[in-house]
Design a protein around this ligand. Structure first.
Ligand code: TYM
Length: 327
């Protein structure tokens, strides 16, 4: 049986990077896998979250999952903090993860760099992520490129555990698509698109208004060549914009290149904004209907029950394998 698990942290407003690298894949893949889509709220608090904002953003991400097209009848949608097995298995796996390998995680290095105070949870974050995946015996994990190293660690920890205590966990494969797995900032194609960038125009949010989207794309950096051509080496900024177009229009890069041949960046950027707006408007409408609804509560309560059923079996197997007394 092929099983999928993935999630998006509620630590900032969802941007089109998370949509391209993750959410869009979830919606497509849910038809081919038994799927678990969760909201890693415990991961969010590895850096300080304002309690009110955490609360709101958690509901936002859940509502956006549904609004984008995840079908709760088909897939299980739940909050990490509603299934205690995550932190329990996280602790057990911390006994198998090595200090040295956690120190090598590039995301930890990036997030801790230059900070006076760094929580120990930020350091052990990838082990909790391993627990998320392994609890569900996920065979596949759709993610953006930046999560690849965390999934390698997940596999290493699972392999180590299986060798030491007997076969307990399935080794997961990442699903990282060619186009959309690395959406870069509109102001700098060398940096991942992220809400934490202080330049407001660098990042397009899923809930941005049409005018904001138009403004942000009109200010996006390009190059001096003037050709809409995909070439990451020579033309990273334009290539990034073409990939965003491809993700949102669901069109091949070559089709887009042909359409804008001989036209300047001005027309291309204008139409790119419209393509993104057309895709986001219905998602935003559905989000508004769902975010404060009791239907959302019901889906999350039901999802947590279904998730806990699966997770508790794996947790029990892991505890037994390690020699804990279980009843
Ligand atoms: P997070 O919340 O930072 O991002 C959620 C997903 O979106 C992808 N992503 C991007 N893809 C392309 N371009 C971008 N600019 C971009 N920004 C974000 C991420 O790669 C990710 O797939 N550790 C995870 C959350 C997590 C998780 C898990 C994921 C916790 N447990 C278990 C999968 C399985 C994270 O911080 O993603």
């Amino acid at each position: 049986m092929k099983r999928l698990l993935s999630g998006i942290k509620p630590s900032g407003d969802l941007n089109i990077g998370g949509y391209g690298g993750a959410l869009r894949q979830y919606v497509k893949l849910q038809h081919d896998y038994e799927s678990f889509f969760f909201i890693p709220d415990y991961h969010a608090v590895t850096v300080y979250q304002d309690p009110k904002e955490l609360h709101e953003r958690t509901r936002d991400v859940a509502a956006l999952y549904l609004a984008a097209g995840i079908d709760p009848g088909r897939s299980t949608i739940f909050l990490q903090s509603q299934v205690p097995a995550h932190t329990e298995l996280g602790w057990l796996l911390e006994t198998q993860a090595h200090f040295g390998e956690l120190k090598r995680m590039t995301q930890f290095k990036e997030k801790s760099e230059g900070k006076d105070v760094v929580s120990s949870a930020l350091f052990t974050y990838p082990v909790l992520m391993a627990a998320d995946v392994l609890l569900y015996q996920a065979t596949h994990v759709p993610v953006g490129d930046d999560q690849k190293q965390h999934l390698e660690l997940t596999r290493d920890v699972a392999e180590r555990f299986n060798k030491r205590f007997g076969l307990t966990f399935t080794l997961p494969e990442p699903i990282i698509q060619d186009i959309g797995s690395r959406i870069m900032g509109l102001d700098d194609p060398g940096k991942k698109m992220s809400k934490s960038n202080p330049n407001q125009n660098s990042c397009v949010l899923l809930m941005d208004s049409p005018d904001d989207i138009r403004r942000k794309f009109s200010k996006a950096v390009t190059d001096s060549e003037g050709q809409v051509r995909h070439d990451w080496e020579q033309k990273p900024a334009v290539s990034n914009l073409i990939e965003i177009y491809s993700v949102f229009a669901d069109e091949e890069i070559a089709v887009i290149e042909r359409r804008y041949e001989g036209q300047g960046y001005g027309v291309f950027k204008k139409e790119l904004a419209e393509v993104v707006i057309q895709k986001l408007l219905p998602i935003q409408d559905k989000y508004r209907q769902l975010v404060d609804s009791s239907e959302l509560d019901r889906i999350l309560i039901d999802g947590a029950k279904r998730a806990a059923d699966v997770a508790s079996d794996t947790l029990l197997a892991a505890k037994k394998a390690m020699g804990f007394v279980t009843f």
